[in-house]
Write a protein of this length. Structure first.
Length: 333
């Protein structure tokens, strides 16, 4: 029951990116009460990662505190816990904590928990954590992989585009210059780009996630903008060059995030898959060799029905314990 209660409590602590403080403060006190050596790693004003160690860590269990908007509270039925973050990644936090307590009861020593802010936007929490590595040899990251060991993940190239025009009365469009029409042309050409394919990771994909602009229906718009995210399957250099050539002279643009694809650790006895999403792991390179596994389905994350199956949380506790045990054997060799 502690596993479900903790998940429910964490979901009810609103922690949309940028507002993680209440969740971080709760976990800090919760883990101190379980005799972990806990510290907060400041990331920005009012924001901090939570790092809790048990001895001198050679293995770290990690995931993120923040969620996408909008917040909505927890509810439960017989089989599921619902609410923002239940799947991504409050249930994972709870499973990792319960797994840590089970390992301690078994006499396992020298591991840690790391919970970071900002994963859903720019991974600023992970980048800050990478400045404060603890000497660990492995990091087990938690994301919704359906409790399968992810052996590969796509990268993430995020692009912001802005077009500018000239305002005018819409009855006399020839007196103005529509920024929105310029943006639509740019976006149409971006959608037509030929994107790379990889036999292991699959196809690159492009999503136009946000569009904004204009003043009113009867005003020729003088500005417009869009945010685009491309899931990459190879090094981003050639793609960045292709996008830059396409957009040069037509708009203002910037690459605001570039997370590389990854090939990840394999271990015996675990069902595996490849995931299309990206994680904090490329920003945590100084925390050891990466492992990726967590309860929940990515198809439930970021949705209005976000949920995690209770049985999957229970299974995740077992899997996290087994991962630590196996990796402990590796570190002993």
């Amino acid at each position: 029951m502690e596993l479900f209660d903790l998940t429910h409590t964490l979901v009810n602590l609103e922690s949309v990116t940028g507002h993680e403080k209440a969740c971080a403060d709760f976990l800090c006190e919760h883990l101190k009460g379980r005799k972990f050596q806990v510290e907060l790693q400041p990331v920005s004003r009012e924001r901090a990662n939570v790092f809790a160690r048990w001895g001198k860590p050679d293995i770290v269990l990690s995931t993120h505190l923040d969620t996408v908007p909008p917040f909505f509270p927890a509810r439960e039925d017989e089989h599921f816990i619902y609410g923002r973050g239940s799947c991504d990644a409050k249930g994972i936090i709870a499973a990792q904590i319960v797994a840590a307590e089970r390992l301690i009861a078994e006499g396992v020593e020298n591991f840690a928990l790391l919970f970071v802010v900002g994963e859903e936007t720019t991974s600023d929490g992970a980048r800050e954590a990478n400045l404060h590595e603890c000497g660990s040899r492995y990091i087990i990251n938690g994301e919704p992989t359906e409790n399968k060991l992810a052996v590969g993940s796509k990268g993430n190239l995020r692009l912001e585009v802005r077009t500018r025009g000239k305002m005018a009365h819409s009855a006399y469009p020839h007196l103005g210059d529509s920024a929105i029409e310029k943006l639509l042309d740019v976006l149409s050409d971006l959608r037509a780009l030929s994107l790379p394919h990889d036999d292991f990771l699959g196809p690159s994909t492009l999503n136009i996630g946000m569009i904004s602009g204009g003043r009113a229906a009867n005003v020729i718009p003088d500005e417009a903008s869009a945010q685009i995210l491309i899931r990459t399957v190879e090094g981003s250099g050639p793609l960045r060059h292709k996008v830059s050539e396409l957009l040069h002279g037509r708009c203002e643009f910037s690459f605001v995030r570039d997370t590389p694809m990854m090939r990840l650790e394999k271990l015996e006895g675990f069902e595996t898959n490849v995931v299309a999403f990206s994680t904090d792991l490329p920003c945590l390179t100084r925390w050891g060799r990466p492992v990726l596994l967590g309860p929940g389905s990515i198809s439930d994350a970021h949705t209005e029905h976000e949920r995690v199956r209770k049985a999957d949380l229970v299974r995740a506790v077992e899997l996290y314990c087994e991962l630590v045990r196996q990796l402990k054997k590796r570190t002993a060799n």
